[in-house]
Ligand binder design. Sequence first.
Ligand code: FRU
Length: 540
Amino acid sequence: MRTPLLSFLIFSCLLVLYSCTQTAENAVTTKISSDSNTYYREKYRLAYHFSPEQNWMNDPNGLVYYQGEYHLFYQYNPKGTTWGNMSWGHAVSTDLVHWEHLPVALEMEDGVMIFSGSAVVDRDNSSGLCESADGCLIAIYTAHTDEMQNQAIAYSNDKGRTWTKYKGNPVLDLGKKNFRDPKVFWYEPEQKWVMAVALPQEHQIQFYTSINLKEWKLMSAFGPQGFVEGIWECPDLFELEVAGSNQKKWVLLVSYNTEVEEKGSEMQYFVGDFDGKTFTNDNTNDLVLTLDDGPDFYAGVTWNNAPDNKRLLIGWLNNWKYANDIPTSTWRSAQSVVRELALQEYPEGIRLVQQPVEALQKIRQAHTHEENMNLKEGESVLALNNINGTQIEIIAEFAYESIDTPAEADMLAAEFGFKVFKGQSQETVIGYDIASQSLFVDRTQSVDTTFAGNFAVKSVGLMPTDSGTVKLHIYVDHSSVEVFGENGYITMSNRIFPDPQQDGVEVYAIGGKVKLNSLDIWELASIWPATRPSAEAIQK
Ligand code: FRU
């Protein structure tokens, strides 16, 4: 087990190493294909998840809804396919499913990288930087050099199309080498801005307030609590109603990057209260609530100003353990599908639940439906032969107690679920283990697992199912599998690198019988056009 100091040193060394090597290593200028056979159709390219046309991407940044558009900025290397030259890439969407690429919004300049951060709508021109009565967009990001990280702002008066860095930057500077990822939002009760920002090695999130986005006052600090190894990054703080009650709670999201027990990059959250100054955790200091039990969900943050008070989350489908090595060539990394968050009361306490956004239903195509099937022991119980399983959505409900007449009780399955990306001898298994009441995704036999020593893993998460039914909602997209279990009580995100010919889907049961109450599978449409939009269309 590595100490936090060692993890931090390793991370810092990696950062320095990348910044030093980026010019030589990343001087790649790949021509983006505009050909209908290859635009967004390369090996492993996801069809309905966001990924950059080319080059490296990590965290989602600056998520904000403004004048009919959801903005997605992201950590981007305009010059290469590994981490470096950090700038903010940019895309917009009107439905959170289809994305339109826009030019790089904030570029690294004079050796200062643009690290992660957020964006707000400055409706009343509190900053004095807006030109119109409708306000403007302000981005709050970390300005990074090898010696220093401080918080800076930039503004846009044309719906995010062009940006100007504020002359008075930095707006918040502690003179520290590690101090990053500001999430700013409007705190209505006191008519002020609040910033949550990470002190990575201290395992602390600090809260600042401001009335003009330029001068910030420290209010309090939260942590160390929960998981406190490695480093803390990318906080987010928001209020949500507990479903079915009038109670509201505040949720603090924190990403942590660690080498402890090979965990790598993961996310945790805290449920509690926030009074405009201080966040207090409802749970004991050492309770760790994980946001996603798979290996590939990191730096997840939510949109400011989303319509209908929705709380919408997107996360980076990757893990710093092997992020720079995943086997794609001219582009690297993808974001998750957008998830809607809610709070739900369970016997063990209030927990965050996640559901894919409803708009994803728009890309459903060919549909297969089955119901009331009794599955028996053995592989290939039901081979879904006519389905091309590279780009699909699955919704299934299993009932493992409904076969337990006394005579058959000893014949119940011990484990059941799906095999996707199924080929001759390779597969990715999404299963439920009844005895341990746990959901798992096993990618150890998923073909290309060798690019990193720590990629071939089986992830497991507790998913109690007292009623004897198991609900799974699964998204498969060429090189990813995201599972939502029990209506979003648990999620598991995985990148998978199968042989593209391995498109089989199977339902399986091991050790006995299980009943499949219902099964729906949709092939999903690609969200990308068949040919590359013209440069003029992108520049608009
Ligand atoms: C998280 C992170 C952030 C930082 C950014 C740099 O993945 O390390 O803390 O701002 O990536 O690209």
